[in-house]
Ligand binder design. Structure first.
Ligand code: SF4
Ligand code: SF4
Length: 296
């Protein structure tokens, strides 16, 4: 039996990704099980989903505490050590990121790391930043556990027509464009396990060492204030020439994070701005434009 943990944010299709993945395993002749773990019930909060696959019926119904594989749908989560809790040395990570070195620097002893800029691909192919199907393509290529064709068979169970076509393209690009790094046993140090075939005899809950938000909150007493800025993949960019300094954006911002600064203009507090775009929608002067983080 192999165990997979998916990390993403509400609205990114993390749970749907796990369901599509399970369907693909079944189309490929395996048994599979899947279930979600929602955190704060809000778009943008961190969520997890768990999937298992095996050659025989699966009787395990716990969360996945010691994943063989981590599938990270959101770049902002890839720097968060909490997401790697319990990860088995010698396992596989597939991440939506342009900064693979950040993961390597965490020294979580992965044997294989697949990484891809899934946000850009999803934006190009589907017009949204929903990375799930792109990441499933990357999952298929990096692990070799499911056939791309079986994933393609799963998609029409969830999408139709134009949306289906865009997601099929996104998935194919995920498959074709993921970059894969392999690490030697010495690099992936520690008690390396026979990947995907060996199961821990005792399933231990993770040791929580850091302050946490959302999906982990129900297993931790360490819940502190969530810095919702981590949810963001885009931010409001201000055109000062157009701004009327009316303050409308600060009234509409649901997080109360648009504040007037010393320069007289309203700027978002990036620790808390979650990139929802309401301020840009409501600005009467069209002075705010939502820009993907890394092109600013
Ligand atoms: S709503 Fe628009 S015009 Fe008004 S302060 Fe905010 S950015 Fe400037
Ligand atoms: S995008 Fe605008 S409205 Fe949304 S949280 Fe950021 S500052 Fe507030």
């Amino acid at each position: 039996m192999g165990e997979i943990r998916l990390h993403g944010r509400g609205g990114q299709g993390t749970v749907m990704a796990a369901e599509m993945m399970a369907n693909a395993f079944v189309f490929g002749g395996k048994y599979a099980s899947v279930f979600p773990s929602f955190g704060i019930e809000r778009r943008g909060s961190a969520v997890m989903a768990f999937a298992r696959y095996a050659d025989a019926p699966i009787r395990e119904h716990t969360r996945v505490y010691n994943p063989d594989i981590l599938l990270m749908l959101d770049q902002s989560l890839t720097d968060n050590p909490t997401c790697y809790e319990g990860f088995k040395a010698g396992g596989v990570i597939i991440a939506n990121t342009k900064h693979e070195q950040h993961i390597i620097d965490l020294q979580v002893n992965q044997k294989t790391l697949g990484f891809i800029d899934a946000v850009s691909i999803a934006l190009e192919e589907t017009g949204t930043a929903i990375t799930n199907t792109c990441m499933l393509g990357a999952f298929a290529k990096t692990t070799g556990l499911v056939e791309l064709e079986d994933l393609k068979k799963a998609l029409p169970l969830f999408f139709k027509e134009k949306i289906l076509a865009g997601n099929l393209r996104s998935m194919e690009r995920g498959f074709n464009e993921v970059k894969i790094l392999q690490f030697s046993p010495s690099e992936a140090s520690g008690a390396q396990k026979d990947l995907l075939n060996e199961q821990d005899p005792v399933v231990k809950p993770p040791t929580i060492t850091t302050s946490l938000e959302s999906a982990w909150a129900d297993v931790s007493k360490n819940l502190l204030v969530a810095q919702t800025g981590e949810w963001r993949y885009r931010r409001p960019a201000l055109d000062k020439a157009a701004c009327k300094i009316c303050g409308w954006c600060s009234i509409y911002c649901p997080g109360g994070c648009m504040k007037q600064e010393k320069d007289g203009y309203f700027h978002p507090d990036l620790d808390y701005c979650k990139g929802c775009g309401i301020c840009a929608n409501e600005c009467p002067a069209h002075a705010l434009k939502m820009k993907v983080e890394e092109v600013i």
